[in-house]
Design a protein around this ligand. Sequence first.
Ligand code: AMP
Length: 407
Amino acid sequence: MKILIVNAGSSSLKYQLVDMDGERVLAKGLVERIGIAGSKLTQKYPDSEEKFVIETDMPTHVQACENMLKALTNDKYGVVSSMDEIGAVGHRVLHGGEKFTESVVINDKVMDAIRENIPLGPLHNPANLMGIEACQQVMPGTPMVAVFDTAFHQTMPPKAYLYGVPYKYYLNLHVRRYGFHGTSHRYVSKRAAEFLGKKAEDMRIITCHLGNGSSMCAVDHGKCVDTSMGITPLEGVVMGTRSGSLDPAVLQFIMNNAKNENGTPEIKDIDDMLNVLNKKSGLLGISGISSDMRDVDAAADAGDKRAQVARDMLVYGIRKYIGAYAAAMGGVDAIVFTAGIGENGVELREKVMEGFEYMGAKLDPEKNKVRGEERDVSADDSKVKVLVIPTNEEIVIARDTLELVTK
Ligand code: AMP
């Protein structure tokens, strides 16, 4: 069966068509500027430099989906002869709240539940819904599945997911840690165990998803028992533009005391404050240079002090979570690095793993010289395996979709 994977954002839509017979990616595409002048679709193919581009107005996700199907079925640049060859669609959905502990076939009830979770994922869930509705409109009758970023973390116990605020806020408003990147943590923890010839159910694994957004996860015998992101993807280690964890009183202090040159408050309200924490903080806010780790690395290596401390903060944050999660699980058998920085950051991995011999974890600097490949980078005498595992959220979405629609 051929399965289409869709990840809809507010003005973009990413897609991939996978032939599940051999799990081969047939084509990947990106629609940009939906609802904005200059809409554009770009379709690419594995092992080929060829591109197919459609530039036409796409005022809504419906036109984006129509053009996606046009590109996939194009006489010259298409990869299927008709839409009927697409057996099912798997949608990435950000927030499943407490309702979804695993992927589900989409029906009206599921749509209502995704809608109910909009307050928890105000930017992503509405966009995900638009993507689903548009696909339903242009591909009527094709089964669709929702795969949630939060689902893998639903096995956390209350002691890990509750915040120390009055319990009524959990009961009435569902205020708790949910965690994100669940599809990635699930994939790399399982893949790490397979790579070592073991089962995730027999291991304690710490997964480090380090990209523009970063999160850490403790996977105890196959189940998530803790993760660093919270009710939103703002909590945890410092990220590209997000602050990560901080004392909430910092917000009040900045709001009361930060002033513009003319004496007016710099931050006008709590939304403005959250915008600073989400968009202007982290590596960008500390370094003042960039949110991109490659730029921060280059500036730090050239002697820029703020870039150096930004990088040190990320490394230190990751190290603290590794220590905490090893303590939480009573030990660790494997530490896994994934996503842009985790897969490519050779020096960052080396710095993160420095001095963990007391815990039985030791990196081999030579083996560690690897980017974007599945590899055991631990020293031969390291009790704890240190692995680089490129993430593949799309394949998880495709596998879940296949399993659910053929049940
Ligand atoms: P992602 O969100 O997974 O796409 O990851 C994006 C992050 O990965 C950015 O901060 C990039 O700078 C970082 N990244 C990508 N390639 C490299 C590299 N070769 N070395 C260090 N960081 C990298």
